[in-house]
Write a protein that binds this ligand. Structure first.
Ligand code: SF4
Length: 202
């Protein structure tokens, strides 16, 4: 029989895809168990973390919708649930009715500050891997995430560094960095916060 490396690669890719599907199912179950401890659903926790870590002007209903990859209606339902629990505030933009910003209330900040432990179960499992295994996993998963990101199937919120739109130290003064996408100067602190529009420079 003639050895064909392409077939071998295809077989391995099929096995890895199956492993990723199983992992996704297991992670979903773990997330549900952990979220129940906070009396929130996994997607409500994602929303709180999104508002907590995303730069103020980018923490919008639209960007949250993109991040969870759902319909606008589903995202609004999730956010309305958090608003009725008094954890987030929805702030319409009078200059653009399509944009609604999100902020945490005091109770929301308190709830978000307790979420450090969320995701710990998975972290503890990953920690048991050998360093070399972890390194390979990090590289492989990073490549899959980048590919999904490029295809528009996954939003990865990141700080400005490494973004194609970022022009660091473009000016003097308290807001030295410039974003070509939103045409705005940013403080150094703002550039360190997560932005869902981050587009990796190739
Ligand atoms: S430079 Fe990139 S990451 Fe920073 S605000 Fe602009 S789009 Fe977002």
């Amino acid at each position: 029989m003639i050895y064909n490396p392409q077939h071998r690669n295809k077989d391995r890719a099929a096995r890895v895809s199956m492993a990723l599907l199983r992992l996704a199912q297991a992670i979903k179950t773990i997330n549900q168990e952990e979220s129940a401890e906070f009396e929130l659903s996994p997607v409500q926790i994602q929303a709180l973390l999104f508002v907590q870590h995303t730069r103020e002007d980018m923490a919008t209903v639209g960007n949250f919708t993109k991040m969870i990859g759902s319909s606008h209606v589903t995202a609004v339902k999730v956010l309305n649930g958090l608003a009725s629990k008094g954890l987030i505030r929805k702030i319409p933009n009078p200059a653009d009715r399509r944009v609604t910003r999100l902020t945490l209330t005091n109770n929301g900040e308190l709830a978000a500050s307790k979420l450090d432990q969320w995701g710990n179960t998975l972290g503890q499992i990953v920690e048991t891997l050998e360093e070399a295994q972890l390194e390979q996993l990090e590289t492989g998963l990073g490549a899959i995430i980048s590919s999904l990101n490029r295809q528009g199937r996954l939003v990865v919120a990141e700080p400005c560094l490494g973004c194609v739109h970022f022009r660091p130290h473009a000016a003097e003064g308290p807001s030295p960095h410039f974003c070509r996408l939103i045409q705005k100067y940013l403080t150094h602190e703002a550039s360190l916060q997560e932005c869902p529009e981050h587009t990796e420079a190739l």
